[in-house]
Design a protein around this ligand. Sequence first.
Ligand SMILES: [Zn+2]
Length: 199
Amino acid sequence: MLPAFCKLAVCPHCGGKNEIFQLMSGNTCDAMLWSDMRQIAPMLPRVSPVQKCSFCGHYFYLREAKFENGNTYSSELGWLMFEEAVEAYSELYDTEISNLELLTMIVVWAFNDKIRHSEIEAEPEHLDLLREIIVKSLGQPIFIGNPLFRSEMYREIGEFDKCLAILNDYTPEDDFQAKIKDMMIAKAHNKESRVFLVE
Ligand SMILES: [Zn+2]
């Protein structure tokens, strides 16, 4: 993995210049794919598509930001803690540039980031918040989303019947998707809601 000088993402709220990690080259060796579709590749770190400004504390989409070139290295990826992801969801939800699928994914990933690498259980208040947000997002007609991701969200909040209904209607496009579908169906039948490693 070869890092490059960081980029500076200019906050659209306050103009603060946030350092963002930038890669010259990397690879997907030892990459892990989780059931919430989050791929974690140690040699190809990804930057969060939603960032919290370190100057004013507001949230912005990285793709909406203007960039300047930095002249230092930075390891800042900007992934949000669960509480921050929930804040970002409410702050960006009603804006014109709202991207509901992306915001929801950020919340789900942040929720799972706390538990995916350990045996610890999620905090009940966090699970309540997650449930509230998933139900709100999936209830919007504009929410389309990948069927595997939609079923996974229902599974993670314990709505196993809804998860299975989506999966039963879903035709995988290849063997890999079929494998994920089968794994999810097995988990849902066992009423297991925890995020799991696909490969
Ligand atoms: Zn700012």
